[in-house]
Write a protein that binds this ligand. Structure first.
Ligand code: 13P
Length: 253
């Protein structure tokens, strides 16, 4: 049985004060969550607060990106070693917004994934197709390519040490959610592709759904056989919404 994970991707939102408020509310509400796992991924500058604010809770934290390099003259980048030093458990890798706005290729994503693993961070590998790709029937081809960058490049064991997030680009921040059936179909496809390399890794790896997940649709999405939680954007910025999604994961744990 895979432990459900609900991870909040705060993206580039909030302030120091907002982050503290949000975490305090999540902390209070999370006292009722025992079986599902909760994580928050704030912007880099707020990571230093996580250790202090989340001490003694089971809530974990992570980054939204990591450098593909180890250390040195890479202005503006943050290494996996640094993230580990700040207590991160997770690192989101290859989010579609980074692929789009920072020209991250599959090769770069694989290097970042490798850096995360080398520092004992758990990478959350984002995969997902655009609306145009879906309309042209290319969903499986695109998510397979995103997955294979790691599965073929680093192996099934590397996939097993991470988490996958299926995030259809057309559902991110749009209010349009993939139907539970649409999402389940892609999740099953991804798991099957991993199974072709390793049955145990396929059975163990958690595949999250991301894209306009909210309290109203979380239960049905997370209730699908191959959906093991959510990577939450907008709804992760409102404690009550985020906690309602965590409660849906708890009910499915
Ligand atoms: P929304 O939940 O705002 O659609 O964002 C999803 C996402 O991109 C999480 O990484």
């Amino acid at each position: 049985m895979r432990q459900p994970l609900v991870a909040g991707n705060w993206k580039m939102n909030g302030s120091k004060a907002d982050a503290a408020d949000l975490l305090n509310s999540i902390k209070a509400g999370a006292a009722n969550i025992h079986k599902a796992e909760i994580a928050v991924c704030p912007p880099f500058p707020y990571l230093y607060k996580m250790e202090e604010l989340l001490a003694g809770t089971g809530i974990r934290w992570g980054s939204q990106d990591v450098s593909r390099e180890t250390n040195g003259a890479f202005t503006g980048q943050v290494s996996a070693v640094m993230l580990k030093d700040f207590g991160c458990t997770y690192a989101i890798i290859g989010h579609s917004e980074r692929r789009m706005f920072n020209a991250e290729t599959d090769a770069i994503v694989a290097k970042k994934y490798e850096q995360a693993l080398a520092s004992d961070l758990t990478p959350i590998l984002c995969v997902g197709e655009s609306l145009e790709e879906r309309e042209h029937g290319r969903t499986e081809e695109v998510v397979a390519r995103h997955l294979d960058a790691v599965l073929e490049g680093l192996g099934a064991e590397a996939i097993g040490r991470g988490v996958i997030a299926y995030e259809p680009v057309w559902a991110i921040g749009t209010g349009v959610t993939a139907t539970p059936e649409q999402a389940q179909e892609v999740h099953a496809f991804l798991r099957q592709r991993i199974r072709a390399k390793s049955q145990p890794q396929a059975d163990a790896v958690r595949i999250l759904y991301g894209g306009s997940m909210k309290p109203v649709n979380a239960m049905e999405l997370i209730g699908q056989a191959d959906i093991d939680g959510g990577l939450i954007g907008g709804a992760a910025l409102k404690a009550s919404d985020f906690l309602a999604i965590c409660a849906a994961a708890e009910a499915n744990a």
